[in-house]
Each structure stands twice: as structure tokens, then as C-alpha cells.
Design a protein around this ligand. Structure first.
Ligand code: PAF
Length: 279
């Protein structure tokens, strides 16, 4: 496995690989890798000739009061996980490489980026799409891998790729959970032991809705109530949003007819957690 930091080195690696015309699987990350990321890397390994992982804590997707400066940066450990997961090339650029002096071109996706996290993290998806598009242009992947845990990110990026007519295929992989159900996230390491126990409330709320839906309930008000009742058992969980929207357009609905997504976000202490389930 090779580690490169500059665009010049990355371009050289990609160009020499492109000569062989083989497929490139790409996993974009912000590092602090966990089993969720490893599952994406393994999936990329299985289905592509060459696997590229990027590790970049992207400043433009963090709001002013968010955790950019304290976001975990664990490159040596990340490289070990990447190597064990079959990655060929790690690209870990500096902010200056990704956003050179004078950078001023951003990508903004429309409606699908507006609800959920889009409402509570203004500018977040603009930062995500801008950096992912830049990485796609540099790496020219055949396939790119994302986790369902960040479902709105997946849908925003799907829209971007479609609207640009990009040749990359986006692969959405299932959320990887801890044994007790908590969705894996780099931010879980911020949780205290007590918060970690309380964090299960999100998964329980999703499960309550899934069960009710399986039993035949389709009214969004009833399904939401089941989640609200579950969440109310942990008053320390400060709910940001609980929404059931159409999938994949993320539009308001009153009844679940085709596919829908239930998405939850909130804080336990200072840690923001998100999770979702597709109904
Ligand atoms: O999901 C993430 O880790 C980030 O949003 C991504 C896709 C790497 C862009 O910075």
C-alpha cells in the first residue's frame, strides 16, 4: 500500500494505473477509521482492480461551531486499517492541496440537500459535494463507496453525479452497527460511558418504527409518535430532527406508500449523532 500527500503524486499514481484500463474503487473518508469504513474498503476491494482511500478532514463541510478542530486525526492507525482492508493507495492531502489560495468554486445541490441535516448544518452539503467532486475529478473512480448511515449525503451525491452526467457509479453500503445496535461513527469516541449507553435510544426508536410499519401502519404521524415515545425515555437526548420523508427524494409525506426513510439526529452532551432506516 502506498501513501501520498500531494496532488502531483496522486496524479502520477492514477495516470500510471489508468494505462492498464482497470477499474478503480474509491472510498472517500475523513479518517478516524472504524469497521464501517473497513466494510466499504472491503467492498471496493472485492469489486475493483485498484482501491483508493482518501483521508481528509474537509474544513468546508463544518459549521463555525462544529467539531472541525477536535475531529480525530489518526493517520498511522488509519493506514494500518486501510492496508488490512486491501487498499492500494491512500491519499491524505493537506487543506492547502485541496483548497489552494484563491479557491472559489463550490457545488450546491438543490432540494434534496435542504431538509434534515441540510436545515441544521447550513453549508454542510455544499462542502461535501465540492470536496467529493474534486476528489472524483482527481481519481476518476469507476465506483465510489458510501455508508447508508449518512443517507442524505448519499442522496445528495447521487443527485450531483446524475446532474453532472459523471461516469462514476455510487455504491451505498449498509450501516455497520456495534453489537448493541449503535451505528458506527468516528464521533462515537466522544461519548462518555453514560452517554454511550443512552445513545442506544436512537436505534430503539428506529426499531419501534420499523416494527410498527411491518405490522401495517403507514401513517407518518403514527409512525413518528412511536419514535417520539421511545426517544422520550432518554430526556438527555436533545432531538434535532425526527422525520419520515419519501425515499429517495426526501420530500414531505403523510403516508408511507412506496419507500420512505426515517431519519433521526440529535445530541448527547456535545456529541451529535445521526441514524436512519429505510422503510
Ligand atoms: O462521509 C464523510 O466522511 C465525508 O462527508 C466525505 C464524504 C469524506 C467528504 O468529506
Amino acid at each position: 500500500m502506498k501513501l501520498v500527500h500531494s496532488l502531483a503524486e496522486l496524479r502520477e499514481e492514477i495516470a500510471s494505473h489508468k494505462k492498464s484500463q482497470k477499474s478503480i474503487g474509491f472510498v472517500p473518508t475523513m479518517g478516524a477509521l472504524h469497521e464501517g469504513h473497513a466494510s466499504l474498503m472491503r467492498e471496493a476491494r472485492e469489486n475493483n482492480d485498484f482501491v483508493v482511500l482518501s483521508i481528509f478532514v474537509n474544513p468546508t463541510q463544518f459549521g463555525v461551531n462544529e467539531d472541525f478542530s477536535k475531529y480525530p486525526r489518526t493517520l498511522p492507525e488509519d493506514c494500518k486499517i486501510a492496508e488490512a482492508s486491501g487498499v492500494d493507495l491512500v491519499f491524505a492531502p493537506s487543506a492547502e492541496e485541496m483548497y489552494p489560495l484563491g479557491f472559489q468554486t463550490y457545488i450546491e445541490v438543490g432540494k434534496v440537500a435542504e431538509p434534515l441535516c441540510g436545515k441544521f448544518r447550513p453549508g454542510h452539503f455544499r462542502g461535501v459535494t465540492t470536496v467529493v467532486n474534486r476528489l472524483f475529478n482527481l481519481i476518476e473512480p469507476t465506483r465510489a463507496y458510501f455508508g447508508q448511515k449518512d443517507i442524505q449525503q448519499c442522496l445528495v451525491l447521487l443527485r450531483m453525479v446524475k446532474d453532472f452526467g459523471s461516469p462514476v457509479e455510487l455504491v451505498i453500503c449498509p450501516t455497520i452497527r456495534e453489537k448493541d445496535g449503535l451505528a458506527m461513527s468516528s464521533r462515537n469516541r466522544y461519548l462518555s460511558a453514560t452517554e454511550r449507553k443512552k445513545s442506544l435510544v436512537i436505534y430503539r426508536a428506529l426499531q419501534a418504527v420499523e416494527l410498527l410499519h411491518q405490522q401495517g401502519e403507514t401513517e407518518v404521524a403514527e409512525l413518528s409518535l412511536a419514535a417520539e415515545q421511545e426517544l422520550a425515555r432518554v430526556p438527555e437526548f436533545e432531538l434535532q430532527y425526527l422525520e419520515i420523508l419519501s425515499y429517495p427524494d426526501l420530500e414531505k409525506i403523510e403516508t408511507v406508500k412506496d419507500q420512505a426513510v426515517i431519519a433521526i439526529a440529535g445530541f448527547l452532551g456535545k456529541t451529535r449523532l445521526i441514524d436512519n432506516s429505510i422503510l
